[in-house]
Ligand binder design. Structure first.
Ligand SMILES: [Zn+2]
Length: 223
């Protein structure tokens, strides 16, 4: 165990006085299959997380099209059908390119709604036995949603953004961002066509976490 000396050394290769919040450390061009983004890297001094915002085009201060994407290794990288995260990330990146400008903030530390990768996998194992996504977290003695959006608001502020059109179905995200000082001018639905593997998960999000998912009405009950 090391003692906290009040000085952060290492990540940037230089010594800096102890500070808090998100610090912008790098800006790199990131060409993707969707378009050419700028990857802007941040160090969150409060949690130690390395964060990245993908910026497309010339962004203004008001009504910026924004996605705050909670990291999901299984969904984003492996194409898991357990959740709709991978499809949402792709849809958000396509949307900002189609719009001509916007930001996708990819939030590390948000695995499994903030419980971490291993706990998420344990929760998924319980869901395979019939628990829903809320019950599974509770059965493990973990919070249903432990995500914090402070760093997202700090990153947006650093990018000069005052108000956003937020691509999300989750009212809690909107409230959290507002609480941290970023105005949400509009909530833009990000509805992904459900499939057999994720329909139960999506219904639980709607029924137990108040997510706005009107398109699920079109899917037959019990399918
Ligand atoms: Zn996911």
């Amino acid at each position: 165990m090391t003692e906290n000396t009040g000085v952060n050394i290492g990540v940037l290769g230089k010594k800096s006085p102890r500070r808090s919040g998100a610090e912008r450390v790098v800006n790199a061009p990131l060409p993707t299959v969707y378009g050419n983004f700028q990857a802007i890297g941040y160090l969150d001094h409060d949690r130690g997380d390395e964060q990245v915002a993908l910026v497309y085009g010339e962004i203004g201060a008001e009504n910026v099209l924004v996605r705050l994407h909670s990291e999901c290794l299984t969904g984003d990288a492996f194409g898991s059908r357990h959740c709709e995260c991978g499809d949402q990330l792709e849809a958000a990146m396509r949307a900002v390119v189609a719009q001509g400008s916007g930001i996708v903030v990819y939030l590390r530390g948000h695995e499994g709604r903030g419980i971490g990768l291993l706990a998420k996998l344990r929760a998924m194992a319980l869901q395979a036995e019939g628990l829903d996504t809320v019950e599974a977290n509770l059965a493990l003695g973990l919070p249903v949603d432990a995500r914090d959006y402070r760093v997202a608001a700090e990153i947006l502020r650093d990018l000069g953004v005052r108000s956003v059109r937020l691509m999300s179905n989750n009212p809690a995200k909107r409230e959290a961002l507002t609480r941290h000082g970023i105005e949400v001018a509009e909530q833009v639905p990000l509805l992904i066509e459900p499939c057999e593997s994720n329909i139960t998960y999506l219904r639980t999000k709607r029924e137990r976490m108040d997510h706005h998912l009107p398109h699920l009405d079109a899917v037959a009950q019990g399918s």
